[in-house]
Design a protein around this ligand. Structure first.
Ligand SMILES: [Zn+2]
Length: 384
């Protein structure tokens, strides 16, 4: 048994961990800060100690026995790329994360390998880690690709095929572009059954208004979403370019083939990234099947695993699973938070089509908590 795994009990949202050598430590797990004794200062101190402990070489990975048959599938999106103005995860944070996982002996496996092991019921997952990237932005190839290669770490990128074909750019980027470029001081736009209004004074955050409009777009029909974005651009007096400006640019199919040769694999993520549950039945079929056909035509080793746009439970359903099954997919990934385990994989016939993931965290200590079994320990403790 690992040296620090001696006693776990639940205590008001915290987990007490008692190292065998004495020196009892409270390890604050970061959600509920509520204790009978001790001030906020003490809690802050405990949290800092906890985050430092997680980075002690091999300490966090000592809890990996808790992962047992579980694996962690990390989900990544955009990466910072200074010259182009692209924002997202700093490449140094990705490098440090991969370095941590390699140094601590984690098994880094491809998504296809995880599915194969689960389908064949072995070998056990034992805390293996897989990486996925969503959408198909340019810097996902140019910035992240070389880093994953440097650490010999498999990664599967899910591409929005119309985006790579240059026929669409991603709808939430259009919204951001409009808010960033408008000179209007206020906007009033009809969206579904309501009219939304924004006052764009210099102090107000355009990015939060853009995010608000995008969130509202997720709960209307896909056609209405596109109409509303067109109305937004008109109201804002902003011309939307036909293809994505460089800040929002896609990778090319040549990138796909180049990075395939270096170990990256690719799966389909629809043609235009609609929320499938908001699409008409014929559109849902077309979005899934056409993106798979385009990927098969352009990539050498297309992965028959799908990734749902937006990916929360409300964003897809039985209809999408049936389409995927008919097309011969092995399964699909959601964006619901959780680990991958044999029980959920084998749960009914839909198990492989409801695979959960975890967002790749910016903080190294949180990465250690997720991959190292402590996050699982928290889940177990909450159920006690
Ligand atoms: Zn996506």
């Amino acid at each position: 048994m690992a040296p620090y795994a001696t006693l776990f009990t639940k205590h008001k949202g915290s987990v007490w961990i008692v190292p065998p050598a004495g020196a009892i430590s409270l390890i604050e797990t970061g959600t509920t800060i509520e204790r009978e004794s001790g001030s906020r200062r003490h809690v802050g101190f405990a949290r800092r100690v906890y985050h430092k402990l997680l980075l002690v070489p091999r300490l966090s990975s000592s809890f990996r026995f808790i992962q047992g048959d579980y694996a962690t599938v990390f989900m990544l999106h955009r990466f910072r790329d200074g010259e182009s103005g692209r924002t997202g995860l700093d490449s140094m944070q990705l490098r440090r994360g991969l370095e941590h996982l390699r140094r601590n002996g984690y098994e880094l496996v491809s998504l296809a390998e995880l599915f194969r092991r689960l389908a064949e019921k072995g070998p056990r997952l034992r805390g293996a880690v897989a990486f996925t990237i969503d959408d198909g932005y340019l810097e996902q190839a140019e910035v992240a690709g070389p880093i994953f290669r440097e650490f010999d770490c498999p990664v599967t990128t899910f591409v929005t095929t119309g985006f790579l074909d240059g026929t669409v750019w991603l709808w939430w980027d259009k919204i951001e572009y409009v808010f960033s470029n408008t000179r209007r001081e206020s906007l009033s736009v009809r969206l579904g059954e309501t009219t939304v209004r924004y006052h764009l004074n210099p102090e107000s955050g355009k990015s939060s208004m853009s995010a608000d409009f995008a969130e509202r777009c997720k709960v209307v029909d896909d056609e209405e979403k596109h109409r509303a974005i067109t109305r937004l651009a008109q109201e804002a007096e902003v011309d939307l370019p036909d293809t994505a400006p460089s800040r929002y640019a896609p990778m090319t199919w040549d990138h796909v083939r180049t990075y395939e040769a270096q170990g990256m694999t690719f799966g389909p993520h629809t043609v235009s990234h609609p929320i499938l549950s908001r699409a008409q039945p014929a559109q849902a079929i077309e979005e899934i099947s056409e993106s798979w056909h385009r990927l098969q035509a352009e990539a050498r080793y297309p992965v028959p695993i799908f990734c749902y746009p937006n990916g929360l439970d409300a964003d897809f359903g039985d209809r999408e699973v049936a389409i995927l099954r008919k097309l011969g997919f092995l399964g699909a990934l959601s964006a619901e938070a959780g680990f991958l385990d044999p029980a959920s994989f084998q749960q009914g016939s839909d198990g492989p089509f409801m695979i959960k993931r975890l967002p790749f965290p910016e903080e190294l200590s949180v990465l250690a908590q997720y991959a190292g079994g402590i996050e699982r320990l928290k889940h177990i403790a909450r159920r006690m």
